[in-house]
Design a protein around this ligand. Structure first.
Ligand SMILES: [Zn+2]
Length: 266
């Protein structure tokens, strides 16, 4: 067996079951334990020891795990590409992120939503250790600052989706570092044959109340895939009342957009 989905709405799963799975399914590559509140560190240790080939692990909402157990899992499950830790408030500490950055160098997707105790120390370890990162959700990680975003912009050229919802310490410096990282990608792309579609495709900066329109417009202009227009909200700025003047190319130059895409006109 390679895939096991045990996500639950009414948490019933207990450690014994996960221990049995990890004992008898050494080839498991995909494991989803979403909202298994009853599980303790015993389950994480069992998975770490029994399922070293895991590529995708979802333990979002499993609030009882500790950061020691998560760090241990990271040290043994080094093939992880997709890791969902949304709401694992106790487990996701800077120490745990340092372990992930050190061992899980192939990571591409990481959800750290509402893991409020992490700081720049942890996110910078990720940026330096996981150069293949494509999707990172830091929504509600209230302690992180521009340093985290600057490290990601400089170290993760494949980053396509970044969630910074409610990261109130983020300022224009972070936006300009993202905007400039596009330049870097272009130079990189010319060497490796990557195309112009590279760069951010989704950015959520809702409730980042320190940002100014000119910095956010610079990001929007750098990444053609970022849109503010209706139906294509890939640059998400809801709740930022001072950013209402920021627009994607199709909003700023409607005539040009209609000429370019006649079928998308009203
Ligand atoms: Zn648009």
């Amino acid at each position: 067996m390679q895939t096991l989905i045990l996500r639950q709405d009414k948490p019933q799963l207990e450690d014994n079951a996960v221990e049995a799975v990890s004992k008898f399914c050494p080839d498991l590559q995909v494991l989803d334990l979403t909202k298994s509140f009853k599980l303790t560190d015993r389950s994480l240790y069992a998975i770490a020891l029994g399922c070293c080939d895991l590529i995708k692990l979802n333990i979002s909402g499993c609030s009882a795990f500790s950061d020691k157990a998560l760090a241990y899992l990271a040290s043994l499950c080094r093939k992880l590409k997709v890791l969902n830790l949304c709401g694992c408030v106790k487990a996701v500490s800077d120490t745990a992120l340092q372990a992930i950055g050190h061992y899980c160098n192939e990571l591409q997707f990481l959800n750290l939503g509402w893991c409020e105790q992490i700081s720049d120390v942890g996110v910078m370890s990720l940026a330096y250790g996981c150069p293949d990162l494509r999707t990172l959700d830091l929504c509600g990680c209230v302690l992180i600052t521009d340093e985290s975003v600057i490290a990601l912009a400089n170290r993760c050229p494949h980053l396509r989706s970044l969630g910074l919802y409610y990261c109130k310490n983020i300022t224009d410096r972070a936006m300009y570092s993202l905007a400039q990282s596009k330049v870097k990608n272009k130079m990189w792309g010319s060497v490796n044959g990557e195309n112009d579609e590279d760069g951010l495709r989704t950015l959520n900066i809702s409730q980042c109340t320190s940002l100014t329109p000119s910095a956010v417009q610079a990001v929007c202009d750098s990444f053609p895939a970022l849109h503010t227009c209706s139906g294509r909200h890939s640059l998400i700025i809801s709740g930022c009342l001072n950013l209402t003047s920021v627009h994607c190319a199709c909003c700023a130059r409607p005539h040009r957009a209609i000429n370019a895409f006649p079928h998308s006109a009203h």
